[in-house]
Ligand binder design. Structure first.
Ligand code: A2P
Length: 282
């Protein structure tokens, strides 16, 4: 049986705890600090934030107050869309470090690709953002670098870079498998992280998942998180509720059958956020 702190190994040899604690939509300040402390007390050792979440200060406070040694925690943040380009990306990482109160980051991701529907020189812009992350990685400020929400055509230019992305964090949950992106990432040794593994809560009252949960004697949230792990994805469930934070860790005492995994792959995509990287207006 595996545990919460088992790891995936990234293409550069760095290990990453295979369940992360998501903080999207977690308010800054005491709520962020308390939920991060609850997560670390529940055994999570991987915290995922982003500059646009505007909660890095509270997340950093939670990390410090948890009493867990810094080097035992894997911390990820992300570069927001208005900070693309070499200089702005470097500045963004510095600001994130300041807000978090840390002197290095475990991982930094490009949050969304510059894409052709909004940015004329989108490929060049993604490359210069990536070069800044590459340099910070080589300077030792960041232990791993990656992208988020990159579809195959966004990824292609970076696959020829000196350092390839180690992670692609995309929306993945039952009913949303993004197979083409997953296949390309696997081919290049890029780990898939799953944002909104519970469909941001939209999957929780789905009748089919409810039936499965009853069959396995688990909650729908646990079924969704387990699906991610059996797919080889790294789930990032978010909660600010201590009982749910704990509930979401209890995913190692059962296994979904191949048939149920396939049915979860194929179910209707009711959890989708509606955010397509080639259509978003931000
Ligand atoms: P809350 O943060 O108020 O506890 P996702 O990780 O897919 O983005 O989903 C996050 C949403 O799901 C949040 O609204 C969160 O609520 C809710 N949530 C997280 N874990 C559970 C759970 N175990 N049971 C019910 N709702 C949950």
């Amino acid at each position: 049986m595996k545990t919460l702190t088992d790891v995936y190994t990234l293409s550069n040899g760095v290990t990453i705890p295979w369940v992360g604690f998501g903080t999207w939509q977690t308010p800054d300040g005491q709520v962020a600090a308390d939920s991060v402390k609850a997560a670390l007390a529940a055994g999570y050792r991987h915290i995922d934030t982003a500059s646009i979440y505007k909660n890095e200060t509270g997340v950093g406070q939670g990390i410090r107050e948890s009493g867990v040694p810094r080097e035992e925690i894997f911390v990820t943040t992300k570069i927001w869309n208005n900070k693309r380009g070499y200089e702005k990306t470097r500045e963004s990482v510095e600001k994130s470090l300041e807000r978090l109160g840390l002197d290095y980051l475990d991982m930094v991701l490009i949050h969304w690709p510059a894409a052709p529907h909004r940015v004329e020189n989108w490929e060049e812009l993604n490359k210069s953002t990536w070069q800044a992350l590459t340099d910070l990685y080589k300077e030792g400020k960041i232990r791993a670098i990656g992208v988020s929400n990159f579809k195959p055509h966004h990824l292609k230019a970076l696959l020829e870079a000196e350092v390839k992305p180690m992670v692609n964090q995309i929306e993945l949950h039952p009913g949303m498998t993004q197979q083409e992106t997953v296949d390309l990432c696997r081919e290049h040794g890029i780990l898939l992280e799953a944002w909104s593994p519970l469909g941001c809560g939209r999957l929780l009252d789905h009748p089919f998942l409810g039936e499965l949960a009853a069959k396995y004697g688990k909650s729908v949230a646990q079924i969704c998180i387990r699906w991610c792990l059996q797919k080889g994805f790294l789930p990032l469930p978010k909660s600010v509720t201590p009982s749910r934070i704990l509930d979401n860790t209890k995913v190692f005492d059962f296994a979904l059958s191949d048939e149920d995994m396939a049915a979860m792959d194929a179910m209707e995509n009711v959890g989708w956020s509606g955010l397509d990287p080639d259509e978003v207006d931000f």
